[in-house]
Ligand binder design. Structure first.
Ligand code: BGC
Length: 477
């Protein structure tokens, strides 16, 4: 997925080298095995869910007072999105949420993680609240509850009000107050119905891609903005956690991080060091300040510059004691040393290594999920882990109302085996959410890459359960 492109655009990604020795050096522990576990092996309280986001699925971009988001704006820029697509309609969840929640139920999932669109709730970013926006998410929540599905809310999945971006967005320190205002409104409003909350989805993805390499909204390429956005989002995330704790009785408060398993191309010291630096940016940059450990400047000295952004009291504001950490895993990253300033590391792509990969050229590497669960589990400050996203895009073909996505089924079997292996070794992982219930709008890739358990015909907006959806229905029954 797009962290790969982030590496590429920042010059971390390499060229040319074929690594057949690396491929053979790794035993693919999980691939092509028969299913030798059942749902009950994960334990009776293990949470099974699906995850989606507002911009990618809702559509209705300007209906019922909704304000413009950074993605509404960015997707209209020439060349920003493959084939010039946008999410004006997306999967039309805004009008079809009932059908989609019924589909989630019919696949036997018990949790639906979705995000709230900030500009649908507060169209001008701050100030007036939209009654229609508030009402829409009440309807979604009520439908979940009536179907016996637990609603899990993500407060921010990348669709910032455009009006705030025009004032600097995440690179303006005022974002902390803007975000707090929004979190106050949403958490107070739904406190009586929703107990499970996630503050922010994957800071690295929207900040790296949005402010550093320009492939995500708002399309900036400025190291200075990137650094500011990192710091202000760290504070905003923890402040958001504190607000939910205050407003929602007995809340289960979490947040989510994207993660990748980073390995050196070989055991040469310089490559091992390069992999450590890459790992620090890809995996440690956001979780460590959140745990009170500061930025990983021991490994990436450039991060010492973050201190220039600190104001009095920031060190106390940066951490928050989350009830759970959401781990989102898609692929492995293989690193090699490079002369590039800053990171001094580049990626050797899955394509260059000739290994199995998805439609976005991310390596399919289930063991990586096992390693990353172990990695997060090793932090003393983390109480509970949930895989809040995992899934893949494969070439789906709709034929006579069916999609035979055997590769996706294999992907889930292998990744679930990785989760179970970690759990059996004592890792405190308590849930697994599939990305995503239906096909939706995949950011800069538009509608080309499909992640759903349910196929969406984007012409008619009709839904068709894929074989992977039927597989979960059977596995979870
Ligand atoms: C993001 C999703 C995205 C998925 C697949 C995740 O990192 O949270 O919004 O669709 O990856 O690329």
């Amino acid at each position: 997925m797009n962290r790969r492109e982030w590496l590429k655009r920042t010059g971390i990604l390499g060229t040319g080298l074929i690594l057949s020795n690396l491929v053979s050096a790794h035993t693919l522990l999980f691939t092509n095995r028969a299913l030798d576990f059942v749902k009950e092996d994960f334990g009776k309280d293990f949470l099974w869910g699906v995850a989606s986001s507002a911009y990618q699925s809702e559509g209705a971009w300007n209906l019922d007072n909704k304000g413009e988001s950074t993605w509404d704006y960015f997707s209209r820029k020439k060349g920003a999105i493959e084939r010039g697509e946008n999410a004006d309609v997306a999967a039309d969840f805004y009008h079809r949420y009932e059908e989609d929640i019924e589909l989630i139920k019919s696949m036997n999932f018990k949790v639906f993680r979705f995000s709230i669109s900030w500009p649908r709730i507060i169209p001008s970013g701050t100030g007036d609240v939209s009654a229609k926006g508030i009402k829409f998410y009440h309807k979604v929540i009520d439908k979940c509850i009536s179907e016996g599905i637990e609603p899990w809310i993500t407060l921010y999945h990348w669709d910032l009000p455009q009006i705030l971006e025009e004032q600097g967005g995440w690179a303006n320190r005022k974002i902390i107050d803007w975000f707090k205002e929004y979190v106050e409104v949403v958490s107070k409003e739904y406190a009586g119905k929703v107990k499970n909350w996630m503050v922010i989805n994957e800071q690295l993805s929207f900040i790296g891609n949005g402010y550093m390499n320009g492939i995500f909204a708002p399309g900036d390429k400025k190291l200075g903005k990137f650094m500011k956005a990192v710091h202000y989002s760290v504070i905003s995330q923890s402040e958001g956690g504190r607000i939910i704790r205050k407003n929602v009785p007995n809340a289960n408060v979490g947040t989510t991080f994207v993660t990748t398993y980073v390995e050196p191309i070989n055991q040469e010291k310089k490559n091992i060091e390069a992999a450590k630096r890459m790992d620090a940016i890809m995996n440690r940059l956001f979780i460590e300040p959140c745990l009170g450990l500061g930025y990983p400047e021991d490994t990436v000295p450039m991060l010492k510059k973050m201190k220039k952004l600190y104001e009095k009291g920031d060190e106390e504001l940066m951490p928050f004691d989350f009830d759970f950490i959401g781990v989102q895993y898609y692929f492995r990253t293989v690193a090699q040393s490079s002369i590039m300033p800053g990171m001094r590391a580049k990626e050797i792509t899955a394509e260059q290594r000739g290994v199995p990969r998805n439609e976005m050229n991310g390596e399919i590497y289930p063991e990586g999920l096992y390693h990353q669960l172990k990695f997060f589990d090793s932090y003393k400050g983390i109480k509970n882990l949930i895989v809040t996203e995992n899934g893949t895009c494969v070439p789906d073909v709709l034929e006579n109302g069916r999609v035979h996505d055997t590769l996706r089924i294999q992907y889930f079997k292998d990744h679930l085996a990785a989760v179970l292996k970690a759990k059996r070794e004592g890792v405190k992982v308590s849930g697994y959410f599939v990305w995503s219930p239906t096909d939706n709008f995949e950011w800069d890739k538009g509608y080309r890459t499909r992640f759903g358990l349910v196929y969406v015909d984007f012409q008619t907006l009709n839904r068709y359960m894929k074989d992977s959806g039927f597989w979960f229905k059977e596995f979870l029954k």
